[in-house]
Design a protein around this ligand. Structure first.
Ligand SMILES: Cc1cc2nc3c(=O)[nH]c(=O)nc-3n(C[C@H](O)[C@H](O)[C@H](O)COP(=O)(O)OP(=O)(O)OC[C@H]3O[C@@H](n4cnc5c(N)ncnc54)[C@H](O)[C@@H]3O)c2cc1C
Length: 362
C-alpha cells in the first residue's frame, strides 16, 4: 500500500527517495526551509529545500520535532504490536476472527492472509527502535491467548514468522495503558514553521492527508484546492481483477503466481509479465513460493528497491510469511541485485549478511 501511494505521488510530480535519512533541518532566520539528509547506502549528504517541510515520520515524529525545538513536549507514545504467521490449517476457510477484549483488555485477531493465518496483536508501550525484534514473552503471550480461543492449539515450532512494529499512538494524559489510547491523529506547527502530522492508522490515512494538505495550504498562504483523495484510484487499482487475471493466465503464469502478482502489484502485474519474456525471468526465487525473478527486476526499476530486504520483506512479502524460505532465496536475490545495480564483491557480501541477520524470526 505504501508503495502504491508513493508511485501515485510520483505520478503527480513528487520525487521519491528511499534509504535517505533526515539528519538535521535547514533553517534561515529561525524558519525551517529544508532538510539535510544522508543517503544511508552510499553515505552521500544532500540538502533539500522546500517552502514547507512536513514531518510525517510516524513513531519517529518527536525526533524530527526536536530538531527544531529541542525542548518540545513529546506527542508520541510508541506502542509495540506483534504478529505471528502460521500455516493455513490453524485458520481454515475465509473468515477472520476478532476477540475485541481479552482478559487484560487487548484485541486479539486471527485472519486469513495471503494463504497463511495471521495472528495478532499485543499492545505494549515500548522503546522507539528502528528494527524491533519480538521478545520471547510477547510470542508466548500470543500463543497462550490464541490457545484459549482456538483449536488446534499452536506450539512454538508451528510459527513460521514473528515480527513486530511500532505504532505512533498519541499521548493522552490520564490514560494508563496503550490499549486504552484512542487511535487519534493530530497536526502541529513547530516554532520554525514545520508541519507535523502523526498518530492515526491506515484506516484514517486519507483523512490525515487531507488535513495535512489543507493546513499546508494555509501555512503557505494559498487557497486550499479541492481535495481529490476520496475518488482518486491509486496506482495498481485502476483495472479490474478479471482483466488482469486473463492477461496473466494468457501469458502462461500458473494460478498461484497470478494470484501472488495480483495481490502485490494489482494492475501493474502485466508489466512484470512482460519482463518474464524480455528478460527471461519467469523462474521462481524459491521452489515452494510463487515469487518470480521478474518481480525483483520490476521492483528494482519501479519500486525503489535498493536492498534485499526492501524486496523480500516490503514488496513480495516472502520475508514476512516464510523467512526461512527467504533466507534460502537470498543468494539468487543478491546475485540479481548486484548485477542490476552494479555492486562490487564487498557490497554484495555486506548486503547478503545484513539481510540474513535482519529477516524476521524464527
Ligand atoms: C503491528 C501493527 C499493526 C497495525 N495494524 C493496523 C491495522 O490493522 N489497521 C490500521 O489502520 N492501522 C494499523 N496499524 C497502524 C499503522 O500501521 C500506522 O498507523 C501507520 O503505519 C503510521 O503511518 P505513518 O506513515 O505515520 O508512519 P510509518 O508507517 O511508521 O512511517 C514513518 C516513516 O518515516 C521514516 N523515518 C523516520 N525517521 C526518519 C528520518 N529521520 N528521515 C527520513 N525518514 C524517516 C521511517 O523510516 C518510516 O518509513 C498497525 C501498526 C502496527 C505497528
Amino acid at each position: 500500500m505504501v508503495i502504491a501511494l508513493l508511485k501515485s505521488a510520483e505520478e503527480l510530480g513528487a520525487r521519491v527517495v528511499n534509504h535517505t535519512e533526515v539528519t538535521a533541518l535547514v533553517k534561515k532566520n529561525g524558519r525551517v526551509v529544508g532538510v539535510h539528509a544522508r543517503d544511508r547506502i552510499d553515505g552521500n549528504e544532500r540538502e533539500y529545500r522546500a517552502p514547507l517541510v512536513v514531518n510525517a515520520t510516524g513513531p519517529f515524529a518527536d525526533r524530527i520535532r526536536r530538531m527544531d525545538d529541542p525542548d518540545c513536549e513529546p506527542l508520541i507514545l510508541p506502542s509495540r504490536g506483534i504478529h505471528l504467521v502460521l500455516p493455513k490449517r490453524f485458520l481454515p476457510g475465509h473468515d477472520g476472527v476478532l476477540i475485541p477484549k481479552t482478559r487484560d483488555g487487548r484485541v486479539l485477531f486471527a485472519l486469513p492472509y495471503l494463504g497463511y493465518a495471521l495472528v495478532g496483536t499485543t499492545d505494549e508501550e515500548g522503546a522507539l527502535e528502528e528494527f524491533p525484534v519480538p521478545k520471547d514473552e510477547e510470542i508466548d503471550f500470543l500463543i497462550d491467548h490464541f490457545n484459549r480461543y482456538f483449536t488446534p492449539p499452536i506450539h512454538r515450532s508451528d510459527i513460521l514468522s514473528a515480527f513486530v512494529g511500532i505504532r505512533p499512538l498519541i499521548r493522552q494524559p490520564g490514560r494508563r495503558s496503550t490499549a486504552e489510547l484512542v487511535r487519534e491523529y493530530l497536526t502541529e506547527v513547530s516554532p520554525g514553521g514545520m508541519l507535523t502530522i502523526t498518530g492515526g492508522k491506515w484506516t484514517s490515512y486519507r483523512a490525515m492527508a487531507e488535513r495535512a494538505v489543507d493546513e499546508a495550504c494555509e501555512l503557505l498562504g494559498r487557497r486550499p484546492i479541492p481535495c481529490r483523495t476520496r475518488d482518486f484510484p491509486v496506482v495498481g487499482s485502476r483495472r479490474p481483477r478479471d482483466e488482469i487475471f486473463t492477461l496473466l493466465r494468457g501469458g502462461g503464469l500458473d494460478e498461484e503466481s497470478a494470484e501472488h502478482l495480483y495481490a502485490h502489484y494489482g494492475d501493474q502485474s502485466p508489466q512484470i509479465l512482460a519482463l518474464t519474456e524480455t528478460e527471461n525471468a519467469k523462474g521462481r526465487i524459491h521452489p515452494d513460493h510463487p515469487v518470480i525473478e521478474a518481480e525483483l527486476l520490476y521492483t528494482i526499476r519501479h519500486e525503489y528497491v535498493r536492498k534485499p530486504l526492501d524486496f523480500l520483506v516490503h514488496r513480495c512479502s516472502l520475508g514476512l510469511l516464510d523467512p526461512a524460505a527467504a533466507r534460502d532465496a537470498l543468494p539468487i536475490v543478491v546475485e540479481t541485485m548486484g548485477r542490476v545495480l552494479g555492486w562490487d564483491a564487498q557490497t554484495t557480501t555486506e548486503m547478503e549478511k545484513e539481510a540474513y541477520a535482519k529477516l524476521p524470526l524464527p
